[in-house]
Design a binder for this molecule. Structure first.
Ligand SMILES: *Cc1c(COP(=O)(O)O)cnc(C)c1O
Length: 421
């Protein structure tokens, strides 16, 4: 029976047997012990299931992976050391030098650096489209070396909502999978697989951990994409590094996620530590509860800012007059996220004075944890750009990004009000 998300958050992934620890144990072990050399040989041939070495898999991580896969409705998941490494491993799983992929402009800045600068140095080309581009304009970017489409459910920091069904249909018309970064929505507010996405990635550093204590990432496989359509030989043809294993033939619907682990995680080693996976799991236990509170608080803060004459504009997908409202109603009926961007009257100087005057909300380079925080991109993450360059990137000098926490919303509103004053 399919369980509800709140139940999976608390009970998923780890089911202790009679007399075993009630709480997920931390298996702080690099190594596993075998009764025979033959058994280990079979593990190395991928002929039997089991752990070989903690650079590839670990029992603590396996439980957290199972929980996240169940939350997203996928067949399997793989934890990584960061959101960045999760994205990288997902891309490299089906891309080699000479290949390209098609990607929304409206994504996290760190992902843009990875895609447009670093992957380019490895011969993998990212072709970007604006969300107002027509289907025909997006399809014109696809050629015989295109391997997938990529977008973000709710983009960080633009807060645009990705029309998953539309882009899944477009990708599938060309025999390509759709990858979706679901970090800001979390599976509590949106499950991209329900709308046709094939692979989901996460920075678990954000709401999943939710306490700003562990950097991590995750790749989740829907198990529904047909890799045998001729475009994906790396999943259908023999892998010589495993004595000719064919991933689809041997692992069926879990081919993508199995290959990502046994081949790429083995070779690149961007694994999460068991201790971090334990902390992430504690965060996941309260994910449904926290996301709900983040959304209710952010909705009230967005409405307050929207009605305040000292504020020049507010961007929040949950606001009724947001250009994203229709997409938010469709994909995010329970709420969008806790992140809001807005401008204060008086431009850059007023934005700085406002931020310096906040007492409860702290200035940090992070979003999506329990504590309310703010960041002024024009003077920090984008400070090397002049006002003209900022405008081209959609960042106005007065833009403040606020990540609304789970404190009492009256205290958050009072803080904003006194700082605006
Ligand atoms: C933070 C973030 C990432 C990168 O994750 P790290 O855990 O910081 O490596 C990727 N995507 C989105 C949407 C993010 O917000």
């Amino acid at each position: 029976m399919e369980r509800k998300p709140e139940t999976i958050c608390v009970q998923g992934g780890y089911e202790p047997k009679n007399g075993e620890p009630r709480i997920l144990p931390i298996f702080q072990s690099t190594t596993y012990k075998y009764d025979s050399g033959e058994h280990l040989g079979k593990l190395f041939d991928l002929a039997v299931d089991g752990h070989m070495y903690s650079r590839i898999s670990n029992p603590t991580l396996a439980c957290v992976e199972k929980k996240i896969a169940e939350l997203e409705g996928g067949v399997g998941a793989m934890l990584a050391s960061s959101g960045q490494s999760a994205t990288l491993l997902a891309v490299l799983n089906i891309c080699s030098a000479g290949d390209n992929f098609v990607c929304s402009y409206s994504i996290y800045g760190g992902t843009v650096n990875l895609f447009a600068a670093t992957l380019r140095r490895f011969g993998i080309e990212c072709r970007m489209f604006r969300l107002d581009a027509s289907d025909a304009e997006v399809e014109a970017l696809i050629d015989e070396r295109t391997r997938f489409l990529f977008g973000e459910t709710i983009a960080n920091p633009a807060l645009t909502v990705f029309d998953i069904e539309r882009y899944a249909a477009l990708a599938h018309r060309h025999g390509l999978p759709l990858f979706v970064d679901n970090t800001f929505a979390t599976p509590i507010n949106c499950r991209p697989f329900d709308y046709g996405a094939d692979i989901v990635t996460h920075s678990t550093t954000k709401y999943m951990d939710g306490h700003a204590c562990v950097v991590g990432g995750c790749v989740v496989d829907s198990g529904r994409f047909d890799w045998t359509n001729g475009h994906f030989p790396e999943l259908t043809e023999p892998d010589e590094t495993y004595h000719g294993v064919r991933y689809v033939a041997q692992f069926g619907s879990a081919a993508f996620i199995t290959k990502a682990r046994v081949q790429l995680m083995r070779d690149l080693g961007a694994i999460m530590s068991p201790n971090s996976a334990f902390l992430l799991n504690l965060g996941l236990e309260t994910l449904a509860l926290r996301v709900e509170r983040h959304c209710r608080n952010a909705e009230k803060v967005a409405a307050f800012l929207h009605d305040d004459p000292r504020v020049s504009w507010v961007n929040y997908p949950g606001l009724p007059d947001s250009p994203m409202h229709a997409l938010a109603e469709k994909y995010l009926p329970k709420g969008s996220c806790g992140v809001i961007s807005f401008g204060v009257k008086g431009g850059r100087d007023a934005a700085m004075r406002f931020m310096n005057a906040l007492r409860l909300a702290a200035i940090v380079v992070h979003v999506a944890d329990a504590r309310t925080s703010v960041l002024h991109p024009a003077s920090t993450t984008h400070r090397q750009l002049n006002d003209e360059q900022l405008a081209a990137g959609g960042i106005t000098p007065d833009l403040i990004r606020m990540s609304v926490g789970i404190e009492n919303v009256d205290d958050i509103l009072a803080d904003i009000d006194q700082a605006l004053r």
